[in-house]
Design a binder for this molecule. Sequence first.
Ligand code: CUA
Length: 327
Amino acid sequence: RTLAATTVAGLLLTLAGCAGKQSALDPAGRGAEQIATLFWWMLGGAVVIWCVVIGLAIYAIRIAPGPHNDQQMRLWVVGGGAVIPTIVLTVLLIYGLSMLPGLVRSAPEGSLHVDVVGLQWWWRVRYPVGDSEWVELANEIRIPVGEPVQFNLTSADVIHSFWIPSLGGKVDMIPGRQTQLTLEPTRTGRFRGACAEYCGASHALMAFDVVVMERNEFDAWLAAQQEPANEPGDPLAQRGREVFLRRGCGACHAIRGTRADGVIGPDLTHVGSRASLGAGTLLNTPEAFRQWIAHTSAAKPEVKMPNFDMISEDDLQALAAYLESLQ
Ligand code: CUA
């Protein structure tokens, strides 16, 4: 009975990988569609080989335990054990290789470019606006549906890997080098991207939110991101801004429109509008914000940002209110 329960649990866990916002088998992009198709063909090929080999084993052990003459043996071993797997694997290899040009193509001239830098353990995201200007945000990528988008990828410290399973393949981010990936989403929605290369203590806590939008919504969003931070409305948030500037948060973080212009950590100009905190680690709520600021390393081991647990509870609350108000 334990075996049956384990098998059912295993099957359910396996099926859980077939859908959701981070599944390569529930494609929402051109590349991901091809990869999912390739996966199913490879699975089919593997099942064929498995059936032949296991079938022969059962035949040899149970049905006709022998003795067999040499000619029969050669036929079964060479045919079932070598020829059939070689044919199946060769066909799959050719099929897989024929997909490569489509998967690594670059986006046509004039497509949207997004620059992403991987850092321990977050993502710096820049959208070029105008000739030599860009707007910066962190841990969230929004792109329009139905058009190819080119990602220019690099790293500021160790090797990371940029992967949005729902949209396409993954590409390494290498310090001192720029790699490229073109993704073309086929439907709108929210997805999850992750780092796919072990990069230190908090590798597992290096995710980002991906939002695929209609083109007009995307344009409106990008225009809003270019705006400086809004003025805090209520007194609590106003006090939060004072705390932010007085405590020197601006040494590492920028909030455009204030004197905080740090470039080490994530840009916080519109941090309240993001889906998560700490690169997909916590939900974006005032309570989570207080935790994050006071006990950063508890949420993300070995994170570069120090714990600000010396800040009073009142100030933390004001700080959280201010940051949440940055829509
Ligand atoms: Cu970055 Cu793993």
